[in-house]
Design a protein around this ligand. Structure first.
Ligand code: PLP
Length: 457
């Protein structure tokens, strides 16, 4: 294959990869004239390399999907074995990998979970969850929070509560947004997380009443808001949402596309917040993205709606054998390597204390929040006013000061996840303790750059 370097420093191969990409690939979320992506030669575990041999410690897990790291040998083997036997089959025909994966997911889900509908990724999982809720309830509206990301297809981008929705307009007239809890930038003037939860719930109930409870099919919530800032829900909030759903006959959809499969130290993040959803969307971590895969976990009650009545929807690649085989291998690897235990242990023992220490040391860190292997440092230019280091611009991109912080990380060999004014820490769940410490050291140094823009006291 042209472009595969035999040795690093293969400038001809690198040039070809870069030129093909620039000339023929249309990029997501980008002005096509401005793109210049770094050609990547190979990856292993929590590390990847460019063609010049520069090494990057991956603190982003790519798009927070690479939970088991690059080139996990058991994931590769599972895909190879399945490809050698049955590479593809249409969804009306059963295949062993799909059935086994659905069983494993249901067994690890909430009590009363009944079945799994497979999709190709996160956005279509959201589309199908909403469709199920609408057919189940016979209602049309869906509520989602501001500061959320649910994917870029029609209903999913309309549900999304951040700038990426703005230029796409309203593609689903049934969507209504509400304000969720965010204690650091409280819209409710709350002074404690408990008060924030209480006031956010009062606001949500009022929104339900003003919109008409009998018109609302579902409320969708990321269990921990991901791209929009690792917003960990305050105590009582999610159980409160559950209670409102029960009171008004509304379906609770937990969007676990980013946080499912170990990111917060549980199989599914909702398991750590004392709440039981009706539908759960997942993707990313289910197989670390080795083959595109997502899906919806469905409660018994909603499943039963479609026992005598046909479900109107489907995808050619639903339950793709290669994807599902790597999903089954993911469960095996999690169990064999004690992934959940290491996420809890290293999250509490290594990541959290160090990030809290960085917040003490660097005045540009306004707040640290997170859980497990999922954290955000919210960067500000003034701790008192909480003015962000950079505000979002209309396309959700960061401006010069924040880019300088990101550049400092990359120059030192760390690939961070940056969004808005936040440096987010989301390493693969297999990252060694030594690499975690090294990555956090690099962030420490990069925060000196953030401090240089500080204007407060
Ligand atoms: N939902 C959440 C919470 C996400 O974080 C994402 C992607 O980042 C999606 C949905 C969309 O997933 P995909 O990009 O696989 O369509």
């Amino acid at each position: 294959l042209a472009g595969t370097p035999q040795t690093f420093g293969d400038t001809e191969a690198q040039r070809e990869v870069r030129e093909n990409d620039r000339n023929y690939v249309f990029h997501s979320w980008s002005a096509q004239g401005a793109i210049n992506p770094l050609p990547i030669a190979k990856g292993e575990g929590a590390t990847f390399w460019d063609y010049d041999g520069n090494e990057y410690l991956d603190f982003s897990s790519q798009l927070v999907n690479l939970n088991l790291g690059h080139q996990h040998p058991k994931l590769i083997k599972a895909i190879q074995e399945q490809a050698g036997r049955l590479a593809t089959i249409q969804p009306a025909l059963a295949n062993d990998a799909r059935g086994e994966l659905a069983k494993r997911i249901v067994e690890h889900s909430f009590e009363g979970a009944r079945s799994v509908f497979f999709t190709n990724g996160g956005a279509d999982a959201v589309e199908y969850a909403v469709r199920m809720a609408r057919h189940h309830t016979g209602r049309q509206k869906v509520l989602s929070r501001f500061r959320s990301y649910h994917g870029s297809t029609g209903t999913a981008i309309t549900l999304t509560g951040e700038p990426r929705r703005w230029s796409n307009g309203t593609l689903d007239a049934g969507v209504v947004h509400f304000t969720g809890p965010y204690a650091y930038r409280s819209a409710f003037y709350a002074t404690s997380p408990e008060e924030e939860a209480e006031r956010a719930l009062a606001h949500l109930e009022q929104t339900i009443q003003l919109e008409g409870p009998e018109t609302i099919a579902a409320i969708i919530l990321e269990t921990v808001t991901g791209t929009n800032g690792v917003l960990v829900p305050p105590p009582g909030y999610l159980p409160g949402v559950r209670a409102l759903c029960d009171k008004y006959g509304i379906v609770y959809i937990a969007d676990e596309v980013m946080v499912g499969f170990g990111r917060t130290g549980e199989w599914f993040a909702y398991q750590g917040f004392d709440v039981k959803p009706d539908l759960v969307t997942f993707a990313k971590g289910v197989n670390s993205g080795y083959v595109p895969l997502g899906g919806v976990v469905i409660s018994e009650e909603i499943h039963n709606t479609f026992v005598d009545r046909s479900f109107p929807g489907g995808l050619t690649y639903s339950g793709h054998p290669l994807a599902c085989a790597s999903g089954v291998a993911t469960f095996d690897i999690f169990e064999e390597e004690g992934i959940l235990e290491r996420v809890r242990d290293l999250g509490e023992r290594v990541i959290e204390p160090r990030l809290r220490q960085l917040a003490e040391k660097h005045k540009s860190v306004g707040e640290v929040r997170g859980k497990g292997f999922f954290w955000a440092l919210e960067l500000v230019v003034d701790r008192e006013t909480r003015e962000p280091l950079v505000p979002f611009n209309a396309s959700g991109e960061a401006a010069a000061p924040f880019n300088a912080v990101v550049a400092a990380c990359k120059q030192a060999g760390l690939w961070p996840f940056a969004a808005g004014n936040r440096l987010q820490v989301a390493p693969p769940l297999v990252t060694s303790e030594e690499d975690l410490v090294r990555g956090l050291d690099i962030i420490d140094a990069a925060l000196d750059v953030a401090d240089s823009y500080y204007t407060g006291k």
